[in-house]
Design a protein. Structure first.
Length: 565
């Protein structure tokens, strides 16, 4: 039962559930086995597990609950992430403004409650439930769990094999029998990430444990960690697969892993950074299936799609995509290139790094260490007579100047820039030294984008927004009066989050003649933004709210991602 059997036996004897002679008989029965006295009493039928838990809970002033008779609301389940619930074997059952009550099977396990208070950053109290009911509730509310990592390492699972690229298979031939469990575990980590639709895998050495987290739909979720003792072997295996130097642990390294998982080709972009407790590794999963997305699947409504198709079909000029890291700019750029990729067009890309390999497109990898920089490559490819050029990112004046020159000499140029909104891209380029009259003549449009989580279609249900949510919309609140919106209740398909997948929201800033005049005059980003809105530009929040009304996402998600206008 628990490590506090003596204390529990004392409680049971004090309340009269067992007699001293029964304890002595149980002692004799348990003497030659690994069973405790309490286990022997239960096996002999003197007590039941349920009876023991009820009695101990009563004596400790804790509530005993029958989880099988409860229907716990999704918003309560969401208070404890699946990884934490499974690790500590707890299920949230009640939630008040001040306290979260969780069911656990050992009423004397105060250490677990302390851990939960620290992890959840709120007051947590315990209620008591049988172990088997907690296991059933975890499967019911969080989905059926895979075997533990230790079980997986000890049992043969041929489906854990991943097919590596030819450069990596040589490493497999020299792997010893001792390496097999680590190879299997690394394969499991990658396969589970792919099954979970993760975009990144984070392996983080901490002081007392080795944490693994997946970024799913833009949100980090903690997974069951492997034993800390396996940390060096796992990190070495990943560095070997990524072509990194195994002996070098003092400086950051970059690498790449190309694998096939369940018939699906994946590229993993690997980054290693030394930290206090070991090397932290992050793997960005580049799924080639995302390249097949058409413009509508990116999240563009029909009217925006028509504008977008017109912009990318122009014979020359620059189209800039802006947004923070992880906002989907690269996916949008590749979707545009796929749309334009025809035999009568020559397309060249300059990237750092080349994230996806595209058939029919000339892709150049920047290598700063040998002098192959963005400006150096751009100067060379101009002599290749391309129709369309894609520059991974405009980082400095020299790159921006060549991109502008290419646009002015009859090329269509795609690129990205890190700004918060579309009009700010103009002032950013002016700030780095590009002449305003050159910008006005070359840029056709700037597009800001973000990614919003999409309501899970398996558990979507209508709801009425609260007064607080509507009030936070300001002037846009009137369109939400007396309207029912959609949000997910939480189910196994979406891991109780209510969201599954992501789509983009867009802010398209078209450079009109009037905007050109403002660029000539070096107007500020605020002035450009104000005039653009007067001319009909929809902001990121405006586009997000359209998707809320359409039932694609939730008001809460839009408010958290976009800034007020």
């Amino acid at each position: 039962m628990t490590a506090n059997d003596d204390y529990i036996l004392e409680i049971l004897r004090d309340v009269g559930l067992i007699k001293p002679e029964q304890i002595e008989a149980a002692k004799a029965a348990a003497g030659g086995s690994q069973h405790t006295i309490l286990d022997a009493l239960i096996e002999q039928g003197v007590l039941s597990k349920r009876e023991v838990l009820k009695t101990v809970a009563l004596q400790l002033g804790m509530e005993f609950v029958a989880l099988a008779d409860l229907e716990i609301a999704p918003e309560i389940i969401q208070q404890v992430p699946a990884g934490i619930a499974r690790r500590y074997k707890v299920v949230p059952v009640y939630d008040s403004e001040t306290t979260l009550s969780v069911a656990l099977s050992d009423p004397l396990n105060l250490e677990t409650l302390d851990y939960l208070r620290y992890l959840l950053k709120r007051n947590v109290e315990g209620v008591v439930a049988p172990d088997e009911e907690i296991g059933a509730a975890l499967d019911k509310y969080y989905g059926r769990a895979e075997k533990s990592i230790e079980d997986l390492l000890q049992s043969p699972r041929p489906e854990l094999d991943v097919q590596l690229s030819s450069s990596d298979t040589a490493d497999e031939t020299v792997a010893t029998a001792e390496d097999a469990p680590i190879i299997k575990l690394v394969s499991l980590i990658i396969i589970e990430a792919q099954r979970s639709r993760a975009s990144d895998i984070h392996l983080e050495p901490l002081e007392s444990r080795f944490r693994i987290r997946y970024r799913i739909d833009g949100v980090l979720r903690e997974m069951e960690p492997p034993p800390k003792r396996l940390q060096p072997a796992i990190l070495s295996r990943l560095k070997l697969m990524a072509g990194m130097k195994l002996a070098e642990k003092r400086v950051p390294q970059d690498g790449r892993i190309q694998i096939n998982v369940a018939g699906e080709d994946l590229d993993l972009r690997v980054s290693s950074v030394p930290s206090v407790h070991g090397e932290s590794i992050v793997m960005r999963i580049l799924n080639k299936q995302s390249l097949l997305l058409g413009l509508p699947k990116l999240g563009l409504f029909a009217d925006d799609q028509q504008v977008f198709e017109r912009l990318i079909s122009m014979p020359d000029g620059i189209l800039l995509l802006t947004g923070p890291t992880g906002s989907g700019k690269t996916t949008t750029l590749y979707a545009c290139l796929n749309y334009l990729n025809r035999p009568d067009r020559k397309i060249i890309t300059v990237e750092d790094p080349v994230e996806y390999r595209l058939a029919g497109i000339n892709q150049v990898q920047v290598r700063e260490d040998i002098g192959l920089t963005f400006p150096a490559v751009l100067r060379s490819i101009m002599r290749q007579a391309p129709n369309i050029i894609m520059v991974g990112e405009i980082r400095d004046f020299e790159t921006a100047e060549i991109a502008v020159t290419a646009a002015l000499t009859g090329h269509l140029v795609f690129s990205t820039l890190h700004t918060n909104d579309a009009p700010s891209a103009i002032t950013r380029l002016v700030d780095i030294g590009v002449k305003p009259f050159l910008l006005a003549s070359s840029i056709r449009a700037t597009v800001a984008q973000r990614l919003l989580r999409v309501v899970c279609d398996k558990c979507a249900a209508p709801y009425e927004p609260t007064e607080g949510e509507i009030a936070s919309l300001g002037s846009a609140a009137k369109q939400f009066q007396d309207i029912k919106l959609t949000r997910g209740k939480g189910c196994t398909a979406c891991s109780q989050t209510g969201y599954r997948g992501r789509k983009g929201i867009y802010e398209i800033f078209i450079i009109t003649d009037e905007v050109c005049e403002m660029i000539y005059k070096k107007c500020s980003a605020v002035e450009l933004r104000t005039r653009a809105r007067e001319l009909g530009m929809r902001t990121l929040r405006d586009d997000g709210l359209r998707k809320v009304v359409s039932g694609i996402t939730t008001l809460e998600e839009v408010l958290s991602i976009t800034m007020g206008d």
